[in-house]
Design a protein around this ligand. Sequence first.
Ligand SMILES: [Zn+2]
Length: 342
Amino acid sequence: MKNAVLVDACKFEIQEMPKVELVPETLLLKVKYTSICGSDIHIWQWGPEPKSDKAKATFDSWSKVYFGFPPTAILGHQMSGEVAETGPGVELYKPGDRVTIRGAGGYADYAVAMGLGGHPLSSVVYPLPEEVSYQEASLVEPLSVAVDAVRRSLLNLGDVAVVVGAGTIGLFVMQCAKAAGAKRVIVTEVSDVRIEKAKELGADEVVNPRTENVVERINELTGGFGPDVIYDCAGNPDATRSVIEMAPVGRGKAIIVSTYENAFEIDLNMVMMKNLDMVGFLSGLPGSYPPQNDPFDIAIELIRSGRVKVEPLVSSVMPLEKIDEAFNKLARAEEMMILIEP
Ligand SMILES: [Zn+2]
């Protein structure tokens, strides 16, 4: 079994691992594709032991968010594959089943799925319908984050939404907001590649904060009333400050769906004076949803039915051996999304 192990800042090493012995409530997945998350790129840049004080502080604060696990433990958490082997007593799945899983370790040819925190294996393994390809399925996890964010925002039929940042999560949130009944979705983005993708996938307006005053422009586009819901998917301090500024007084909702490289200052007086509902958001834990509301299942159904398009985001597919090159390209925002095929 081969595994890309982060050995230094910006450096994976492909290592041979011994075959794992499966225990009850686990299965072995033959990984087909793993998509690369923005948080993985931050972790890759820091390395397993960050050198600068700033990176070390962020690394430690992320460990707290991840229940004490180091951030490296979440590398490769967006994958699809085929069941290769099942642990003792597992009857729900059999070798050959096409699935996506909640878990990590997807930068490898095999990954282990296990029920977390006492939840059964079925809370982390999701069978794929025939119409959903393995490539699409490797984007179910990030889509589930967007699904969950839009559900949590309580977006109403006919709302005007703003999506700040058109990376993978932003483009998924934009499509989910439309699927949920938003009348208009305005996207703000600075990168040309992403602006084009946002237009292609149905953004009603795209505002570029590099060339326009984003707060004034949003105000203009909403007839002075401001957006009903704002999703912050940029992970950038200036973008978040603009979110607070563009929110209307008295009825604004801002959902933070991004990770930031460092802590920063915001003006909470403005949040208070605007009666702004500002909600932080990571994504739900396995087993925390009744099956009919599980965002993974909803994401799979949105892809199957064609209401959300994930495949146009994939700009290339690269083998595990070229993982550093793939991360480099994404870190420089040269491509939209690269899938690793181990
Ligand atoms: Zn992620």
